[in-house]
Design a protein around this ligand. Structure first.
Ligand code: 9MJ
Length: 691
């Protein structure tokens, strides 16, 4: 199975394991560097995370026993260093330029004309095209192949020395590949954060009660401008190269495209989304293609960049003020805009969750008119301090629901009003309740009483990633529920042509289309069906895991919490929620009715149970461990079958405590739970390894 996922199988190097420590350390360094490169630069992981963590821990331990074996380019040296008093200024040998902006076809035609005029030619120009990353521009200086300094752009002439922070970024090689590196090279590019790492960071910030970042750019900037690089080390930053400053003792490649190929050979990450095109039309085609792919890219971009490809031509064109004449950034329309919060209403979800929604003065964000923005929950309204009458920054990313990033405090009117959560559901009148330990308030009506929950549940059931029933949109579901034609998902399959055709704005032809779509949806997959049921905490990924693990719906329905916990991705909260769902006779009845309606899928035997040494054990990590980062410790525990939980309870098996462990450690002591330090954790893992 591994060979499908990883580009090579882990090398154990038995000889090296028994070799002298210097040989072993050198081997481990080379292996870890190679795996880092495969993961962060080639985007092609070569071993499972847990294997990497094991090799890493071994090198850490080895270097601890033999400090003389630790080299500056050892992968262990990416964990950050003692805090700096301040960042030192760095003068850039070659100024770091910014780019001029273009916003439409007219601007691009003008740019292309200026380039041709500058080069005294009527021929089509060859351009290198690439993405415009929304991060921080950085200069990396390598001397004889070794990273010696990293600096921010600053004002273009002088930046700040952020070398310790940059050394923690695993995508950035500490030593260039190849035997013949230039004497001095300034590699320029962008430091940024991927969307998924941004989401994880904000989840961690939320858990720790710390401020969340408004967007990946702010998160990247906040992480890089830390005087304590140990904090930077915990933030997964990335890097893509796109430019060059000083070069000594090496041959300048003839073109931008060739420069990027050279960087790749040197082991420096370069974004694969690039092309060499001809003329203004080539530029626009690239722009349009990227615009389509933009929502699926793993990072945020705010446009694309066009550069004259031949470096000799770039030189002939030169600069205007601080921007090169040979390049331009073609920006996407803004994805953020400011507008007034006219009101804050609420929306009831399929599980009764009450979401405050800002009603906005209509504003165009990235080409789409926005009138509503989610505020997620009551705590979020408080944290962002959004009041009715405020001016707010609204963001729309891809096709997700627009959200309020922040308000503009200076523009708050004197009569701005607080949002008050209503005591009762405005739709069904049931009390709105909020359990102590939850962020979300809920309508207590349940879907039997509350039409809003029924509608939301049905819309989820028919949605593209669930049963994928085309033609059953919001307006139709609304009418069907309001007119008491349907109550449950099973009722959908009892709909007849007449009942449908009688609805507003429904011709017989579209009614027939809906019936056809319903019929087609009956042949589905178990994963889609589980997801469509709308069980709290069971998203698409969990539904897939459940389907793969249990193979048959009846096995899932009868699974105990313990059996559910064996599924990857399922923790105690999810297990309890699934159990509760299938314990409810109304839900079991619904499932039966859906099966009776003819919904079917292929089933398979449940996955064979793989016994792992720490199966069923729950760990809580607290404080800072001396060597392992939190993610690394979690990965080791999970690889051995253990679960990592966020809070200590009677069910916790072990608490792993590091420096500055706080209330969790105290609680563990109070409950008499076994407490481990890093060494004891590693010993525990090792002792099981032998079994
Ligand atoms: C960004 N931000 O992605 C340049 N950039 O080139 C790309 N920035 C740049 N190129 C010269 N892809 C100055 C700035």
């Amino acid at each position: 199975m591994q060979s499908d996922l990883f580009s090579d199988s882990p090398k154990t190097n038995a000889d090296s394991a028994n070799a002298n420590p210097a040989v072993r350390a050198a081997w481990l360094r080379a292996e870890l560097t190679r795996h880092n490169h495969a993961y962060y630069v080639l985007d092609n992981p070569s071993i499972p995370d847990a294997e990497y963590d094991k090799l890493f821990s071994e090198l850490v331990a080895l270097e601890k026993r033999h400090p003389e074996l630790c080299t500056p380019d050892s992968p262990t040296q990416r964990v950050g260093a003692a805090p700096l008093p301040q960042f030192e200024p760095v003068h850039h040998s070659v100024p770091m330029l910014s780019l001029g902006n273009a916003f439409d076809e007219g601007d691009i035609a003008a740019f292309d004309r200026r380039v041709r005029e500058g080069l005294y030619t009527d021929s089509e120009i060859e351009y290198a095209t690439e993405l415009k990353f929304d991060g921080l521009a950085i200069n990396l200086r390598y001397e004889d192949g070794v990273l010696v300094q990293a600096a921010t752009r600053g004002d273009g002439a002088t930046g700040e020395n952020v070398t310790p922070n940059i050394r923690t970024i695993k995508a950035i090689p500490l030593r260039l590949h190849g035997d013949n590196p230039p004497k001095v090279i300034d590699i320029r590019g962008e430091v940024m954060m991927f969307k998924s790492d941004f989401a994880k960071l904000n989840a961690r910030q939320r858990e720790a009660g710390q401020k969340e970042f408004a967007n990946p750019r702010n998160a990247a900037a906040g992480s890089l401008r830390q005087l304590d690089s140990r904090i930077t080390a915990q933030r997964c930053l990335r890097f893509f190269a796109y430019g060059i400053g000083l070069l000594e003792g090496g041959d300048m490649p003839p073109s931008h495209a060739a420069l990027m190929e050279w960087y790749i050979a040197l082991g420096v990450p370069v974004c694969p989304e690039r092309a060499v095109v001809k003329g203004a039309q080539g530029l626009l085609d690239f722009f349009n293609g990227v615009a389509l792919r933009r929502p699926d890219l793993p990072y945020e971009i705010d446009g694309v960049v066009y550069k004259v490809n031949q470096l000799s031509e770039q030189q002939r064109l030169g600069f205007v003020s601080r921007a090169p004449r040979f390049a331009v950034a073609h920006k996407f329309p803004a994805q953020e805009a400011t507008t007034i919060v006219q009101d804050i209403g609420i929306q009831i979800g399929r599980t009764g969750a009450v979401t405050p929604v800002a009603r906005l003065a209509p504003v165009v964000v990235g080409g789409v008119t926005v009138t509503n923005a989610t505020l997620h929950n009551e705590d979020e309204v408080k944290r962002k301090d959004v009041r009715i009458g405020d001016t707010a920054i609204v963001r729309r990313a891809g096709d997700v629901i627009p959200e309020i990033v922040a308000i503009v405090p200076e523009r708050r009117p004197a009569d701005a009003r607080y949002f008050v959560m209503p005591a009762n559901c405005p739709v069904c009148g049931s009390p709105i309740v909020k359990p102590e330990d939850e962020a979300v308030a809920r309508c207590s009506g349940g879907w039997v009483k509350c039409p809003a929950q029924r509608k939301a549940g049905l819309l989820h059931f028919v949605s593209r990633r669930a049963m994928d029933i085309e033609g059953l949109g919001e307006q139709l579901v609304e009418q069907l529920v309001d007119k008491h034609v349907i109550n449950t998902a099973a009722d959908l399959y009892r709909l007849g042509l007449t009942a449908l055709a009688e609805l507003d704005r429904m011709a017989e032809k579209s009614a027939q289309n809906v019936l056809n779509a319903l019929e087609q949806s009956k042949s589905t997959t178990l994963a889609r069906f589980i997801y469509a049921l709308g069980i709290r905490h069971v998203g698409e990924a969990t539904a897939k895991e459940l389907a793969g693990h249990f193979g048959k719906l009846d096995v899932l329905i009868d699974a105990s919490e313990e059996q559910l916990l064996e599924v990857a991705d399922v923790g105690p909260v999810v297990a309890r929620s699934i159990r509760q769902f299938f314990s409810d006779s109304i839900n079991r009845e619904l499932v039966e009715q859906l099966r009776a309606a003819g919904i079917r899928w292929a089933e398979h035997e449940p996955a064979a149970k793989e016994e792992k040494p720490l199966q069923g054990k729950t760990f809580v990590l607290t404080g800072t461990l001396p060597n392992l980062m939190r993610d690394e410790a979690s990965a080791l525990v999970e690889a051995a079958g253990g679960k990592v939980a966020g809070s200590v309870s009677k069910k916790t098996s072990y608490v792993v405590a590091g420096e500055e462990a706080g209330s969790k450690l105290a609680k563990a002591q109070e409950l008499g739970i076994t407490i481990l330090d890093e060494d004891a954790l590693l010993k525990l893992l090792k002792s099981h390894e032998k079994n």
